[in-house]
Design a protein. Structure first.
Length: 320
C-alpha cells in the first residue's frame, strides 16, 4: 500500500470521527437510568441460557452482573490502549500530520471511553447490592501490558476492537430485551471503535514491517503471554462475579449448581474477551500471514485450552 493510500485511510478516519463525535452526558446518558427490569448483556454473550436451573429473574440478574463487568473490563483495556496510541502518535510528529491527527483523536476518544465506563460504574454501584468486586487495577494492568513488545500490544488491541464491533452487531443491537440505555452506550461506543480498528490495523501492519524474524518470534511469545494474562484476569473476575451473584440472587443454589454458575461465567468471559476475538475472520486474515508455520502452531497450542468457550450450537470459523 502506497504512502498516499495510507494517508487517505487516516483522513477517512478523521472525517468519520468528526461526524460521529459524541459526549457522555449530552448524547449517551441524557438524564436516564438503567432499567433493571431488562437484561444488560444479551444471551449470546452472557451464555446465561446455558444454566438450565436459573429462573428468568436470575438470568436477568446474572446478565446485569456480567454487564457491569463488561463495562469494567473495557475500562481496563482502554487504559493501556490510550497510552500505546499516544506513544505511537509521537512517531508521526515530524511526518504524516494526517496520521498524527487521527491517532491524537483516537487517544482522546479512548480517554473519553474510560470516563464513560467509570460513569456507568458510578450509576450501577448504588443501584445494585453491595459486594461487587473488581479484581484487577487499571494502572497495574496497563503497566504490565505496556511492558510487552509493540507488535504484541497492537495485536491484542486490534483483537479487542474487532470483537467490540462483533459483539454490538451480532448480539447487543438486535436484542429487544436489553435496557435502552445499555444498548445506547454500546451503540455510541461502537461508532468510534469501528474507526479505531482501522487505525489499529494500519499501525499493526507498519510495526510488522519494521521488525525482523527474531523480533517477531519474540513478539509472538509476548502475545501468548498477554492472552494468558487476560485469562488470569478473567478467572479471578469470574470467581468474584459468580460468588457475588449467588450471594445476591435470593435463590438457594446447591454446591453443584454454584459450580456450574462459576464455570459458565468463566466460559462466557473467555468467549467475550478471548475466543470471539481470535476467531474473528478479519483478525485471522491479518495475523496469520505475518507468522511462519511454527509461530502459528505456538499460538494455536496456547489457545487450545480456551477454545471450548463458544456458545452452544455455534460453529467456529476456520483459521485464515
Amino acid at each position: 500500500m502506497s504512502p498516499s493510500t495510507h494517508t487517505d485511510r487516516y483522513a477517512k478516519v478523521i472525517e468519520v470521527s468528526k461526524r460521529v463525535r459524541w459526549e457522555i452526558e449530552r448524547d449517551v446518558i441524557r438524564g436516564r437510568q438503567f432499567d433493571y427490569s431488562k437484561t444488560f448483556l444479551p444471551d449470546g454473550l452472557s451464555l446465561v441460557q446455558e444454566i438450565g436451573f436459573l429462573s428468568a429473574a436470575d438470568r436477568r440478574l446474572l446478565s446485569q452482573v456480567q454487564g457491569r463487568t463488561y463495562a469494567y473490563i473495557f475500562g481496563l483495556a482502554e487504559r493501556f490502549i490510550a497510552s500505546k496510541v499516544m506513544e505511537l502518535s509521537r512517531e508521526h510528529v515530524f511526518g504524516d500530520q494526517v496520521a498524527l491527527e487521527a491517532l491524537v483523536r483516537m487517544t482522546d476518544e479512548e480517554i473519553k471511553h474510560q470516563a464513560l465506563f467509570r460513569r456507568l460504574e458510578e450509576m450501577m454501584a448504588p443501584d445494585m447490592p453491595a459486594g461487587y468486586v473488581m479484581t484487577a487495577e487499571p494502572n497495574a494492568v496497563a503497566q504490565a501490558v505496556l511492558g510487552k513488545s509493540t507488535w504484541s500490544v497492537l495485536a491484542l488491541t486490534l483483537d479487542i476492537e474487532l470483537f467490540t464491533q462483533a459483539h454490538y452487531r451480532a448480539s447487543i443491537e438486535p436484542d429487544a430485551d436489553t435496557s435502552a440505555l445499555w444498548k445506547d452506550v454500546f451503540l455510541f461506543h461502537w461508532r468510534e471503535e469501528s474507526q479505531h480498528a482501522i487505525l489499529d490495523e494500519l499501525e499493526f501492519v507498519a510495526e510488522n514491517e519494521k521488525i525482523g524474524p527474531a523480533e517477531r518470534d519474540a513478539a509472538v511469545d509476548d502475545l501468548i503471554a498477554l492472552v494468558g494474562a487476560v485469562d488470569g484476569i478473567l478467572q479471578a473476575q469470574a470467581a468474584a462475579d459468580a460468588h457475588y451473584f449467588c450471594a445476591i440472587a435470593g435463590t438457594f443454589f446447591s454446591d453443584a449448581q454454584r459450580g456450574q454458575i462459576h464455570d459458565t461465567v468463566l466460559k462466557a468471559y473467555r468467549w467475550q474477551y478471548i475466543v470471539s476475538g481470535v476467531t474473528d475472520a478479519r483478525f485471522q486474515k491479518l495475523l496469520f500471514p505475518m507468522l511462519d508455520e511454527a509461530q502459528g502452531a505456538r499460538i494455536g497450542t496456547a489457545l487450545a485450552p480456551l477454545m471450548y468457550a463458544v456458545p452452544q450450537q455455534r460453529e467456529l470459523p476456520m483459521a485464515a
